[in-house]
Design a protein around this ligand. Structure first.
Ligand SMILES: NC(=O)c1ccc[n+]([C@@H]2O[C@H](COP(=O)([O-])OP(=O)(O)OC[C@H]3O[C@@H](n4cnc5c(N)ncnc54)[C@H](O)[C@@H]3O)[C@@H](O)[C@H]2O)c1
Length: 258
């Protein structure tokens, strides 16, 4: 392994990726496998998660597995971590990526819709991160967690109205800092990424007028590609980030600069 490869290697590590059946999770999982990681996908789309895991194994030659898991269910989360630990012979890192959005104004959003977004994006990431940290501690292992916030945790998106999403992602940034401080004594690092508009299933079907507006508002004038997040996640999970915890890497084509 040359010096450059060493900087961003995940060789010998097993990474759990939530929401890895498609979109950002699947692309980042594939790239992590290319730099040496074995991959476990947790996703509520069980069949799609299985297909993604198999595709990654064929493409990279790494060991992969998948579990049908709803991250809002703490019992399922705990059981899946235990099963994955046994199947993969140990787990090291977590890319906590599953998330949803509901575009509704604060006048119209129903209490159960508000709660659903908070439950997946904030509570789900918390259940995964805290159970994963408990697992690492119980095994006497060090490891790293990369949560997924958003530029929506920093700014208010426009013209779509989505206060539940924005609030959930701002909370993920603060949760990341809080867990980073709590877990540093056990050698567990916690960071997050804040993507801007990335071209995935989450964004590509929305009202074309909104999409045009988003591109106008993004100085780069285009969507980001999920591939453009891989380096940030791999860095945060790698040994190169051994003194980096509680931080957020914004990858947004300058959206939040203006
Ligand atoms: N696409 C963007 O522009 C963008 C921007 C900023 C942040 N993000 C964040 O990135 C993450 C991934 O987004 P994406 O664009 O790839 O979305 P996506 O909709 O393509 O994929 C999300 C995945 O999460 C899974 N998922 C949803 N709820 C789940 C649950 N309760 N339990 C388990 N799995 C669940 C889905 O099945 C899906 O496979 C999300 O957290 C999202 O908020 C996306």
């Amino acid at each position: 392994m040359n010096a450059l490869e060493k900087l961003f290697s995940l060789e010998g590590k097993t990474v759990v990726v939530t929401g890895g059946a498609q979109g950002i999770g699947k692309v980042v999982a594939t790239r992590m496998a290319e730099v040496g990681a074995d991959i476990v996908i947790f996703d509520m789309q069980g069949e799609k998660a299985k297909e993604a895991a198999e595709e990654i194994a064929v493409a990279t030659g790494r060991k992969t597995a998948s579990y049908c898991v709803d991250v809002t269910n703490p019992t399922q989360v705990k059981e899946a971590i235990e099963k994955a630990d046994a199947e993969m012979n140990g787990l090291d890192h977590l890319f906590n990526n599953a998330g949803i959005v509901i575009h509704k104004s604060a006048y119209d959003v129903a209490p159960e819709e508000w709660a659903k977004v908070i439950n997946v994006n904030l509570n789900g990431e918390y259940y995964m991160a805290s159970e994963f940290a408990r697992y690492l501690k119980s095994k006497g292992k060090k490891g790293a967690i990369c949560n997924t916030a958003s530029m929506s945790g920093h700014i208010v998106n426009w013209p779509q109205e989505q206060a539940s999403y924005n609030a959930s992602k701002a909370a993920v940034i603060q949760m990341t800092k809080s867990l980073a401080v709590e877990y540093c004594k056990d050698g567990i690092r916690v960071n997050c990424i804040s993507p801007g508009y990335m071209y995935t299933e989450l964004t590509c079907h929305v009202n074309p007028d909104w999409q045009d507006r988003w591109m106008d508002l993004t100085p780069y004038g285009r969507y980001g590609k999920p591939e453009e997040l891989c380096g940030a996640v791999i860095y945060l999970l790698s040994e190169s980030a051994s003194f980096t915890s509680g931080t957020d890497i914004v990858v947004d084509g300058c959206f939040t600069c203006v």
